[in-house]
Design a protein around this ligand. Structure first.
Ligand SMILES: Nc1ncnc2c1ncn2[C@@H]1O[C@H](COP(=O)(O)OP(=O)(O)OP(=O)(O)O)[C@@H](O)[C@H]1O
Ligand SMILES: [Mg+2]
Length: 592
């Protein structure tokens, strides 16, 4: 356990830290109290042996028994009281960690929310909370108890019989050494590596399940298991290596604990032979025998507690992974977007924050009300360029302005209100169709929502749904096709009525009927707006005011459709190929 991580973790409890401390103190006191009944039990045994065989002379048995029961109950009560304190504090730490993470995430660029990052976020929110609770609420007070108990035991065993005390100390020290051998040395980073291996295995499992349709489609067999199988093997090897490395110390550990009893008997016999006082030695041995189970429980507790306290690093690292992502600078002024004129000047952007630029030296301008088409091969940088306008990510170099104002100086809510994005793959919420559209403008009237849906050519979708607008999407077997989802996303964007529209055309859903509908919906969406249309079907942007051709992250051509055809270079070739693909399609259809 690294102290730094541990202090960091406790700090998340704010003023509830006092509860953690109180819980630990109570648990420690309870641990000491748990040892006391053994002294009273010993007193009882002593008295019984003293008065033997006239047991009626034993007068202190009752009071000793009462004290033994009383201290046991007090120990249990204090332990539970301590647990209540540590639980309250642990819940607070876990909930504060969640709050800090979520608060930070809200300030991160939208590009953060890809699948991988949301997976990390889920871990911080769900798993960290569960692990923190176990750690702070149970393991920590137990650890405090297990540290105090040996001290109490050592004091008592020495007070009762120094020789037997010294003898019992040998196996205790021995077991502590073997315990640290298991936890320290090469095995010190075990917990971290173990968690990493486990996480890798579970993410590969998810990836594997996700990929099953592809595996089946391509009739793949054992090879598709390869990476999944590898992480399982790695994990298995790692776990068995660890188990093997613990084999020796664990054997010694078990021997040490069991040796306790043997040593006791041997030394008692020797003492008996030397002193010739069987009764008092027997008495002492009884006391030490009573103590044996306590020592074993204590050692096992230490083992589990140290193992789980080792998780602190993992918990804190996971959280820091999110907190270390730089938040977006958010402007706090009254700048407004009025016309929606966009300008890029020599913009560079890298997803990996290095020289591997996804787009390079991109410059272009879109005037008010213009429609610009982005075209080019897959991976050319079209979506990346468009996403910089909505600050999904912040550019690395260059300048992006809207109406002459740097987008970093436009308040984020203003930017979000005035820029609307229709994605390549749209996600609808598990909610009614009505609410899915309404979220774009919470104060929209029913009339406005119906109109937006109608402009977006969604009438046929509503008609076929069992509860019309009130049908919950994704429930009870109600699923929509990709094209239908795209039209609903358009309805949502129409309702939003933003100044700038970015439309990332889906590559799929090319059936002619849907295409015609999307084109119609798109016309309504883009009326009097500044539009950036990322097109895969070139017919979509044939009439655009300007077409920008991207390849390998750079702009390689620009102009309108006719100008680019005349140039007879990249775009002209793309157009020819596009025409050919259409004629093939038509040919195919005729044949059918
Ligand atoms: N989230 C991401 N993280 C890292 N690299 C990315 C990410 N998204 C895209 N890229 C990379 O950036 C480059 C540009 O991708 P982009 O998505 O902008 O292309 P595109 O022109 O929109 O392609 P398509 O026509 O297939 O949609 C590609 O090399 C791609 O691999
Ligand atoms: Mg794209």
């Amino acid at each position: 356990m690294k102290q730094k991580s541990f202090i960091q973790l406790l700090k998340y409890g704010n003023k509830h830290l006092i509860l953690t401390i109180l819980g630990i103190v109570l648990s420690a006191v309870s641990a000491v109290l748990a040892v006391i009944p053994y002294i009273f039990l010993w007193n009882i045994c002593k008295e019984l042996i003293d008065v033997y065989p006239n047991f009626q002379n034993a007068v202190n048995i009752e009071s000793n028994a009462l004290w033994a029961v009383g201290t046991s109950i007090a120990s249990i009560l204090l332990y539970f009281l301590g647990l209540i304190c540590t639980h309250l504090a642990a819940f607070r730490v876990a909930s504060n960690m969640r709050k800090v993470a979520i608060k930070h995430v809200m300030k991160l660029p939208m590009g953060f929310f890809n699948e991988q990052q949301t997976g990390t976020l889920r871990k911080v929110i769900d798993e960290n909370a569960a692990e923190t609770e176990t750690l702070l609420a149970h393991n920590l007070p137990d650890l405090a108890g297990t540290i105090v108990t040996p001290i109490a035991i050592i004091v008592i065993i020495f007070v009762i019989n120094p020789i037997l005390g010294a003898v019992s100390l040998i196996p205790i020290i021995w077991s502590i050494i073997t315990l640290f051998q298991m936890m320290g040395g090469n095995n010190s980073g075990f917990m971290k590596k173990y968690m990493e291996a486990l996480e890798k295995m579970s993410s590969e499992a998810v990836e594997y399940v996700r990929g099953i349709p592809v595996v089946k489609t391509f009739n793949q067999t054992v090879y598709s298991f390869k990476s999944f199988k590898k992480v399982i093997n790695d994990y298995g090897k790692f776990a068995s290596d660890y188990a093997l490395s613990c084999r020796k110390p664990y054997t010694w550990y078990t021997i040490a604990l069991n040796l306790y009893f043997a040593l006791l008997v041997i030394s008692a016999t020797i003492m008996f032979l030397v002193t010739g006082n069987p009764l008092s030695i027997l008495l002492d041995v009884i006391f030490y025998i009573l103590f044996t189970p306590l020592v074993v429980t204590m050692m096992n507790k230490i083992m589990y507690a140290t193992e789980s306290v080792g998780k602190t690093d993992i918990i804190i690292n996971r959280l820091n992974q999110i907190l270390n992502i730089k938040p977006m600078e958010i402007a706090n002024n009254n700048n407004k977007i009025i016309n929606g004129e966009i300008k890029f000047e020599n913009v560079y952007f890298s997803y990996t924050n290095d020289e591997k630029y996804a787009i390079q030296d991109v410059s272009f301008e879109v005037k008010k009300g213009e429609t610009i088409g982005f075209v080019g091969p897959s991976g050319g940088g079209k979506t990346t360029t468009a996403s910089l306008i909505a600050r999904f990510f912040d550019r690395n170099k260059g300048k992006i302005t809207i109406d002459g104002i740097d987008i970093k100086d436009i308040p984020f809510t203003e930017l979000m209100n005035k820029v609307a994005f229709v994605f390549q793959d749209n996600r609808l919420f598990h909610d009614t169709l009505y609410n899915n559209v309404k979220m774009a403008k919470p104060n929209a009237t029913d009339e406005e929502i119906r109109k937006a849906l109608s402009y977006a050519q969604c009438d046929d979708i509503i008609e076929k749904l069992p509860d019309g607008l009130n049908t919950v999407i994704g429930a009870g077997g109600v699923y929509l096709s990709g094209g239908e989802m795209q039209r609903i996303a358009i309805a949502r964007t129409i309702l939003k009525d933003a100044q700038i529209i970015i439309f990332d055309e889906a590559t799929a859903f090319t059936d002619p009927e849907n295409e015609v509908k999307i084109q119609k919906a798109f016309k309504h969406l883009t009326k009097n707006k500044t539009v950036i249309m990322i097109a895969h079907r070139l017919s979509t942007i044939k009439d655009a005011d300007k077409i920008i051709v991207f390849n390998k992250g750079k702009i390689i051509e620009r102009g309108n459709h006719n100008e680019l055809l005349e140039k007879n270079e990249f775009y002209a070739k793309m157009w020819k190929n596009y025409q050919k693909s259409i004629s093939w399609k038509i040919g195919g259809e005729v044949k059918c």
